[in-house]
Design a protein around this ligand. Structure first.
Ligand SMILES: C[S@@+](CC[C@H](N)C(=O)[O-])C[C@H]1O[C@@H](n2cnc3c(N)ncnc32)[C@H](O)[C@@H]1O
Length: 207
């Protein structure tokens, strides 16, 4: 069970959820390119790629990357807050003949979703960077509890000050201090016209 938040915190969560639902209600959201980013392709298919294992995608949207992982041999669970996104993702997986477990729920409340793990790979493309600050410790704890020793977290996020919301965005310093028991092994700037980055974190082998 997660701790109840203050009225202001719950209001912030509800506002974020409404904004996200509006994006999906209005049709295809702007981020839904249908293209798997080269950074994920490099991890999955590049030199030194790990053997496929279990993967958890946080904020999977319409499922493009969960389907990609499943088609490359990973056993994938993918979570999104928005029911419409999850329905779309299930449709895409069915069309592609990919076996993915899609769940509607909150990436900061994984214990409510029945996803015990352990996972070898976590993938987050622009989910964490939009999560309200007061839920971020719970996000990190949820992944840490479910990480296999040596697990990888590949995350893309925009920097602070990109959106109007002063509390959104992510930095390397924040991830280093919030993800205890993980090592930030790579930060690669994104190619967007505003500050973005790809972050790679590795869970300690000792767990
Ligand atoms: C910018 S979109 C990116 C979607 C997808 N990763 C992609 O690249 O197409 C962020 C996604 O994270 C989801 N999201 C935001 N906060 C979430 C949370 N707390 N738990 C689960 N999903 C969340 C949103 O509903 C949205 O689908």
């Amino acid at each position: 069970m997660s701790e109840p938040g203050s009225a202001a915190e719950l209001g912030q969560e509800a506002a974020v959820r409404r904004m996200l639902e509006d994006y999906y209600r209005d049709g295809t959201p702007p981020w839904d390119t249908g293209v798997t980013p080269p950074e994920l392709v490099a991890l999955v298919e590049g030199v030194g790629a790990p053997e496929p294992g279990r993967a958890l995608e946080l904020g999977c949207g319409m499922g493009t990357n969960a389907v990609y992982l499943a088609r490359h041999g990973w056993r994938v669970t993918a979570v999104d807050l928005v029911e419409r996104a999850v329905r779309g993702a299930r449709g895409r997986a069915e069309e592609a003949g990919a076996d993915v477990e899609f769940l509607c729920g909150d990436a900061t409340r994984l214990s409510e979703l029945g996803v015990p793990g352990p996972y070898d790979l976590f993938f987050d493309l622009s989910c964490y960077c939009g999560i309200p600050a007061h839920r971020r410790d719970a996000y990190a704890a949820g992944l840490t509890e479910r990480a296999a020793p040596g697990a990888t977290l590949l995350m893309f996020g925009y920097g602070p000050d990109v959106l109007d919301d002063p509390f959104s965005g992510v930095t390397a310093d924040e991830l280093e201090s919030r993800f205890a028991g993980w090592r930030l092994t790579d930060v690669t700037p994104g190619t967007n016209p505003f500050p973005t980055a790809w972050f790679t974190l590795r869970r300690d082998l000792a767990g």
